[in-house]
Write a protein that binds this ligand. Structure first.
Ligand code: ADP
Ligand code: MG
Length: 328
């Protein structure tokens, strides 16, 4: 039976009908030409958008539930890095065909995460084309409280949430470039396919951190963005990097730091805290829901220095994933 675009939206995405009743700020959600929302008085609107393209951002055989989770998670991660509270999402889908099993699984992954963070889907667009999913997230932050990239200061301690390199190792394994111990595989695959947005950490950092960024392209590239925006440098102590056992083992065996530094897809937060706020940081760590590690310090001297355990510097060429990057 042919399935119209309207039916498809009704069946798989119009769930926020209920949500509209619980979020009085949504005046019009799915169903009109555009959504209409009220921005609470005195708040700033935070907006981010991210696209996942099949074969570029996820492997072609990725489970649709995971794609639904991840497209929302990567956007929530951007809001976390701004210290914002996520509220409303729009979703643009480009689908090669109407595959109800795919849609059902995708929407399950999407809404399971949306509900956990109180995010309401208020609209979107559905077209036929190569598989690609885009989410635009809207969130709120108190005036002047957003965590900006350009606000790091010399002397700030550099922190990261969680552990780095897990998703990169899982991707290498799926590409046949690494093998995983059976005990490690499930955890690492979850780290790749179901990243946990660090929203509560981002919110807890309000008034404590000077600057923050989420690590999507690897610590080297993303910390590099903070340094460029803040016109500063940094030293990171490699022996302090929080690594899972399999990532630590891979780094030790290969003496190659690219997994934690450049593989990307971590969606952890990297943030800068002035020394005088470290006591306040310790007091809110419980709210993070993940570990948090001090890995280095912001310095006035430009450049990103990687210190090995004995204090020697590692020469490491910073390369993150760059879609338009040219070889050579
Ligand atoms: P228009 O042609 O006016 O752009 P559409 O047919 O694209 O309208 O969409 C109809 C309604 O369904 C709109 O409210 C739109 O926001 C919503 N919508 C379309 N696709 C999606 C989707 N994938 N997820 C959520 N809402 C969607
Ligand atoms: Mg439209």
């Amino acid at each position: 039976m042919p399935f119209s675009e309207f039916n498809l939206i009704e069946k798989y995405f119009a769930r926020p009908q209920r949500a509209r009743e619980v979020d009085p700020d949504i005046i019009v959600g799915i169903g009109d030409d555009a959504a209409l929302i009220t921005i609470p008085v005195g708040m700033e609107l935070v907006v981010s958008i991210d696209t996942l393209v099949a074969g570029v951002h996820f492997l072609l055989d990725t489970a649709p539930t995971d794609i639904g989770h991840k497209v929302l998670a990567v956007n929530l991660s951007d809001l976390a890095a701004m210290g914002a509270t996520p509220r409303w999402a729009t979703l643009a889908l480009s689908l090669p065909e109407i595959d109800e099993a795919w849609l059902s699984a995708f929407s399950q992954g999407f809404f399971a995460l949306a509900e956990r963070f109180g995010v309401h889907l208020i609209g979107g667009d559905t077209t036929r084309g190569p598989l690609s999913v885009t989410v635009q997230m809207h969130g709120l932050v108190a005036p002047g409280q957003a965590l900006r990239r350009a606000a790091a200061q010399a002397g700030d301690r550099i922190y990261v949430t969680g552990e780095l390199g897990d998703a990169g190792l899982a991707l290498r394994a799926l590409q046949g470039k690494a093998s995983l111990a059976p005990d490690d595989a499930p955890y690492l695959l979850i780290r790749l396919n179901r990243p946990e947005p660090r929203i509560s950490a981002g919110l807890a950092l309000s008034g404590i951190a000077h600057a923050a960024i989420d690590i999507s392209d690897g610590l080297a590239a993303d910390l590099g963005h903070i340094l460029a925006a803040s016109r500063l440098g940094a030293t990171v102590h490699l022996d302090r990097l929080p690594l899972s056992k399999p990532v630590a083992a891979t780094v030790t065996q290969s003496a190659d730091w690219s997994l934690p530094l450049s593989a990307g897809d971590d969606y952890e937060l990297c943030f800068m805290v002035p020394q005088e706020n470290e006591i306040r940081l310790a007091a809110v760590l419980e709210q993070f829901g993940c570990k948090c590690t001090c890995i280095g310090v912001i310095e006035a001297t430009p450049g990103l220095r990687w210190a090995l355990a004995g204090g020697k510097l590692l020469s490491y060429e910073t390369k993150g994933y760059d879609h338009f990057g040219c070889a050579g």
